[in-house]
Design a protein around this ligand. Structure first.
Ligand SMILES: *Cc1c(COP(=O)(O)O)cnc(C)c1O
Length: 429
């Protein structure tokens, strides 16, 4: 693979990279090529990463093996809401590393109760069930909703149904891809788990028509991230809340990507004054340090699980709890939500200007989160991402012609402006 030198050099003066030169044990281009070749030869090709090899990172900036610096406008799909190498989170992790890292749930540990209490309080809920990845947490919510359906709602055994939306992304397990409408995610992985009804996203009437006496839950992303930051029409989430409440159906909000500050609120549901029955959280909950996910709900719902019915060896481990506790403490002050709202307004003003000038076809989003549809005359999303990479900006395309912007919430205003300037330039606007 041909690798052209890309990115900003270290004289740029933005951010503060940590001694990037220390990685130059061989020529920059050689080391980049060596890493890319090794990855190409010996890793499954289930991703198509941009050709940048990150060695270190701090805040909104990463440095590659050649010492080139890049502004990260993806932030691990929101897993890095608090930026790379966040001091508070690293300190919490480091302190916990020296104490105890894993007990399994066979025993108690001294961070677990605090973590569950603090997270439940942040969510305004009663119980927490910690897992590791987002997909596991969604699986947990699906299992819990079915059990609740049989045990509390009285649905006949084996008949529980869950309504989901088209364009959904809830993870990559066999059950979750069973109700994906993305052929890439689903094709070739059957047989599929039954029990799911797919309705158009944003269409409350279709959802109402799909509800029947066996429906135990509606599972939705309040804003669909992977689909290209699709925001539902105003009133949709509130209507779903009304319908689910009146029909005794659980409203499960997958806030793995939309939650924990990204949209300018702690939860995206808040923009419509909606409180679901179940929050599914992940990504930013682990502070970009360790995978931490959780299902958060009421005693009535999570109380249906008895010992032995569900679990995870690493779920709620001491290191995960220590980091996530710090994440929750940071979110409690509201400062990150505020920052996402302010910088988000700034970003959307600039993107609206690009849309008005015709450089981009459409912009969607909320807070510091945007899906930007590129007019095909400017190239594919992938080509645009590569051109931005060459200018020292990291973004990732989705669905061919959409760029997803999700800068770390800690990004400097000037850095954000600079990143958007690069976008404007590659679009020739
Ligand atoms: C990322 C994501 C998931 C899956 O999380 P993993 O940690 O990758 O398993 C589920 N739902 C949404 C909305 C996501 O964005």
């Amino acid at each position: 693979m041909q690798v052209r030198p890309a990115g900003r050099d270290n004289g740029g003066g933005r951010g503060s990279a940590r001694a990037p030169g220390v990685y130059r044990t061989e020529s920059p281009v050689t080391s980049t090529e060596r890493f890319l070749a090794a990855a190409e030869a010996h890793s499954a090709h289930n991703y198509h990463p941009l050709p940048v090899v990150v060695a270190t990172a701090e805040g909104a900036w990463v440095t590659d093996v050649a010492g080139r610096r890049y502004l990260d406008l993806l932030a691990g799909y929101s897993a890095l809401n608090f930026g790379h190498g966040n001091r508070r989170l690293l300190d919490a992790a480091r302190a916990q590393l020296e104490r105890v890292t894993l007990t399994s749930r066979a025993f108690h540990h001294d961070r677990f109760g605090d973590f569950c209490t603090q997270l439940a309080e942040l969510c305004g809920m009663e119980l927490v069930l910690p897992m590791n990845t987002g997909a596991e947490a969604v699986e947990t919510a699906v299992k819990t909703a079915r059990k609740w359906g049989y045990q509390v709602k009285g649905v006949p055994d084996g008949r529980a149904r869950i309504i989901v939306a088209d364009g959904n992304f809830h993870g990559r397990t066999t059950t979750l891809v069973s109700f994906s409408t993305d052929p890439e995610a689903r094709a070739g992985f059957g047989p599929y788990t039954p029990g799911f009804d797919v309705v158009p996203y944003g269409d409350a009437a279709a959802l109402e028509a799909a509800l029947d006496e066996d429906t135990v839950a509606v599972l939705l992303e309040p804003i669909q991230g992977e689909a290209g930051v699709r925001v539902p029409p105003p009133g949709y989430l509130a209507r779903v809340r009304e319908l689910t409440r009146s029909r005794n159906v659980l409203f499960i909000a997958d806030e793995i990507q939309s939650g924990l500050g990204r949209t300018g609120r702690t939860f995206a549901c808040e923009h419509e004054g909606v409180v679901p029955d179940v929050y599914v959280l992940g990504k930013a909950l682990g502070g970009g340090v360790v995978p931490v996910s959780a299902v958060v709900s009421s005693r009535e719902v999570l109380g249906v699980l008895a010992p032995g019915e569900h679990g995870s060896t690493f779920g709620g481990n001491p290191l995960a709890c220590a980091v996530a506790l710090e994440v929750v403490a940071m979110l409690r002050t509201g400062e990150f939500q505020q920052r996402a709202a302010e910088l988000g307004a700034r970003m959307h003003r600039e993107l609206a200007r690009l849309a008005a000038g015709g450089a981009v076809a459409a912009v969607r989003g909320r807070g510091l989160w945007a899906g930007v549809d590129i007019d095909p005359s400017h190239g594919t999303g992938r080509e645009l991402s590569e051109r931005l990479l060459a200018r020292g900006v990291l973004v990732k395309d989705t669905h061919g012609s959409t760029l997803r912007l999700a800068p770390p919430l800690v990004i400097d205003e000037a850095d954000l402006d600079w990143g958007l300037e690069q976008l404007r330039d590659v679009l020739g606007a």
